[in-house]
Design a protein around this ligand. Structure first.
Ligand code: ASC
Length: 145
């Protein structure tokens, strides 16, 4: 009984801590994630546009990085993270729409690893393009210039 109580308490502490990530930290975390995604996408974009030769290991590595890191921003648009940021206020007033676009981006990013491993340049190019479109769709509506 005591062990269960301690375990529940520990869970509660962890949950409370998770909810209390400081707004500045959330902004840093999502910015860092977007930065990593942008730089990784630039490598994939160059290969997709045949500006540099397709390198399977490199493509797979950046695809994996983007798929993983794409899941970070979603939970870092919490309360109080609407200041000193290009994130538009509409994110918090049209949350369902924002979440839909965020989920779309994460879903498209999640397909990159398989596309990079498919050995099919057509699938790879299409997926890089679909990820870019999902990024752009959210930026157009929810990111200030
Ligand atoms: C990128 C990047 C974006 C998107 C967008 C697609 O690589 O940094 O913001 O793709 O430019 O249009």
């Amino acid at each position: 009984m005591k062990k269960v109580a301690i375990a529940l308490f520990a869970c509660a502490v962890v949950a409370a801590a998770a909810q209390q990530v400081k707004p500045e930290s959330q902004i840093k975390y999502r910015r860092g994630a977007y930065e990593v995604m942008n730089l990784s996408m630039s490598h994939l974009g160059a290969m997709a546009e045949e500006k540099k030769p397709f390198n399977p290991e490199e493509a797979q590595r950046y695809a994996d990085i983007i798929a993983m890191v794409s899941t970070i921003p979603r939970e870092n648009f919490g309360e109080g993270t609407d200041k000193d940021t290009k994130a538009k206020p509409e994110i918090w007033t049209k949350r369902a729409e924002f979440d839909r676009k965020m989920d779309k981006m994460v879903a498209e990013a999640g397909k990159l690893p398989a596309a990079a491993r498919s050995g099919d340049m057509g699938s790879f190019k299409k997926q890089v393009s679909d990820v870019g479109s999902a990024c752009k769709s959210c930026h157009d509506e929810f990111r200030a210039k």
